[in-house]
Design a protein around this ligand. Sequence first.
Ligand code: PHB
Length: 393
Amino acid sequence: MKLSKIVAAAAIALASSAAFSQTVKIGFITSYSGLNGNLGPYMERAVRLYMKQHEKELPPGVKIELLTRDDTGPNPDKAKQLAQELIVRDKVDLLAGVIFTPNALAIAPLTTEAKVPFVIMNAGTSVITTRSPYIIRASFTLWQASYPLGQWAAKKFRTAYTLVSDFGPGHDSEEAFIKGFTEGGGKMLGSVRVPLQNPDWAAYMQRVKDAKPDVLKIFIPAGKTATAVMKNFSDLGLGAAGIKLIGPGDITTDEELPNMGEVALGVLTVHHYSAAAERPANKAFVAAWKKEYGANETPNFLSAGSWDGMDMIFQAIKAQKGKLDPDRTIEILKAYRNPNSPRGPISIDPETRDIVQNEYLREVRRVGGQLANVELETVGTAVKDPWKELKKK
Ligand code: PHB
């Protein structure tokens, strides 16, 4: 063959391989340091496990590049800077992840400006999805768990006190619980908001103990904070004084149960995900997790949100053969549904771009020698974010 022919053939081969190779870049922001910085890996591991299991379903030539970044905990300035760099310098097709509401709110306007779809895998304050048409939430809202929790609690208890971390999800959880509880005939004895970082637990718990409510409803961010709360509740004698501890599932987050120990036994929560759930899709998820990361490792609700978020992203990639158009991506994700997520049937509400899911009442029990959030009943089926539903009326 003549040299010119070889060069021409090589050029054609190169051009066609370029046409068939498409890299989707995902900017993944979570917390690997700072407050509850141990939670980041629960999200990243879910994303990587999903990719490993499903990579073969991607259209030929399509690859995913995951760019992971540490926002260092609740730190909106850092989160915004990272998102900006990922969008402008790295030219990501999508943003994903984010544990903390203030960080998600700081990123939101950038996603509108740059038209970059943002799949939220944790942050749960209701208002977040209203801040950009490019946000899809795969996780939950605090209203989804705390409103049915209040309705349920009103049937069991006469008086209640709430204690929440003083930031977005805490405010939502407080408002939602009080609405559900008082509408059901319950009486509130008081509400306290505590600093997000290092509150003086003894002082706040004493205030609750003195008020003698039947039940104390708490929201604090999942992770190490949940264990600190559990220990203080017990050490300061609230349980011994006959006060029942309840909350959304953040207070008994699956990965911390071994660190909490006995004091967590009997705590009742409402949430959308438990690692102990008996659904076949969840059993498969937990088994795959243990196989990949070790027999003593357990996914938590942040893992479930990240797993399902990745399933959403895969749908958008597959439908567009790896060439993502932001508006088309959002249209595809608005129609997302999965009857068989580890947490049960889920979908995206096309009107709000928020997740629709079941809520389960659970109790911490000992199962096979280990503490577990055992699902007792489904207290809400296909629950849409109640905050947005109520605002419509
Ligand atoms: C949030 O900041 O939205 C957040 C953080 C931790 C949680 C739940 C919500 O456990």
